[in-house]
Design a protein around this ligand. Structure first.
Ligand code: A2P
Length: 340
């Protein structure tokens, strides 16, 4: 790790390590209101498998590299244990002059299930902001349509006996209060089916702006996307490379990638971008992070998109851990309201 002061000097003197600070601009969705930013259509996910442990420095350094290479949208959550690291990377980026102001970034975090109770929402957001050392989030999401018995439970797997029904109305009211207090510029949900979104919409004063869900060529979410489009809700695609449903091994995507001189990952990301969603891709590897940015100046042909649209579908993240005999969801069918 290079010391911060040394880094700043390297940057001032145009050292090769910092000579290609990218101006690569990532397309954004138009802002919903005057005090919100447009959502950058590609963001860096920060969820990683297993405990972060010794990789803490790697994650922080990766986020700093991402900012250097032009990423401006970052997605975190208490359960990922990356909020503090993202906060430190943002502070470093400001000190190094990689960005002039925090306002250049779009930052999303999420309400974990053990905080999905009316009275715990605001304190949870305050804790998140404290972790990030930020005054506001750009987007705050209900992470899952699930509540876990109150208590500081930020670990997986969740104890089955602690899973209780979420009260969508009162939790959403508390989310609205967070936006009204200016602690987040916008609010939304994650892993919600059409039916569960409709429940929120039926009482919401402020409708959710985003539903963040798994989406990749092998889990295309056609029904949910149509519903969200009709309701003016943006889809944010997580797991666009489908690590959990082996998208990178798909023969069709391999063929398309070869024909285009692109990687399978780039084909997946371009596909999601062309489908009109915002894509969150996680990589802590500098080369892959750069590779994932190179999706804006080429296109899939109509035939390629059509072939992708016919791929057999298989969900990667089922949410099995939220299913319990005595809890609100006794089967995956119930959790996803049949959308599985
Ligand atoms: P890494 O951080 O080592 O790059 P998913 O879309 O399902 O969340 O997949 C994320 C996984 O894909 C991560 O393990 C990440 O590993 C890997 N990954 C990210 N970008 C690429 C890429 N361009 N090529 C291959 N693997 C990638």
């Amino acid at each position: 790790m290079v010391d911060l002061e040394v880094r700043a000097k390297m940057q001032e003197t145009n050292h090769p390590e910092f000579s290609n600070v990218s101006d690569q601009s990532i397309p954004t969705f138009p802002p919903v209101s005057a005090d919100q930013k447009g959502i950058p259509r590609l963001g860096l996910g920060t969820a990683s498998e297993g405990p972060l442990g010794a990789s803490v420095e790697i994650v922080k350094e990766a986020i700093l590299q991402a900012i250097k290479h032009g990423y401006r949208h970052f997605d975190t959550a208490p359960i990922y244990q990356t909020e503090k690291l993202l906060g430190e990377a943002i502070s470093d980026a400001l000190r190094l002059g990689l960005i002039k102001s925090r306002d250049e970034l779009f930052i999303t975090s999420k309400l974990w299930c053990s905080d999905a109770h009316h009275d715990r929402v605001l304190p949870a957001l305050q804790k998140t902001l404290n972790n990030l050392k930020l005054e506001y989030l750009d987007l705050y999401l209900i992470h899952w349509p699930v509540s876990v018995r109150s208590g500081d439970q930020y670990e997986l797997p969740i104890k089955k006996e602690d899973i209780v029904p979420i009260d969508p109305k009162s939790v959403w009211e508390a989310m609205e209060q967070c936006e009204e207090l200016g602690l987040t510029k916008s609010i939304g949900v994650s892993n919600f089916s059409c039916k569960k979104l409709q429940t929120i919409l039926s009482t919401a004063k402020i409708p959710p702006v985003v539903n963040q869900v798994e989406m990749n060529p092998m889990w295309q979410q056609k029904k949910l996307r149509k519903f969200c489009e009709e309701k003016g809700i943006r889809i944010m695609a997580y797991s666009p490379l489908g690590a959990a449903n082996r998208v990178m091994e798909c023969e069709l995507l391999k063929e398309i990638a070869q024909a285009k001189g692109k990687s399978i990952a780039q084909v997946c990301l371009r596909w999601a971008y062309e489908e009109g969603v915002c894509v969150l891709v996680k990589s802590f590897n500098k080369e892959r992070m750069k590779e994932n940015l190179d999706i804006f100046n080429w296109k899939l042909s109509r035939e390629e998109s059509h072939k992708i649209s016919l791929l057999p579908q298989r969900k990667g993240f089922t949410g099995e851990g939220f299913i319990s005999d005595d809890g609100p969801y006794k089967s995956l069918e119930q959790l996803w309201d049949g959308e599985i």
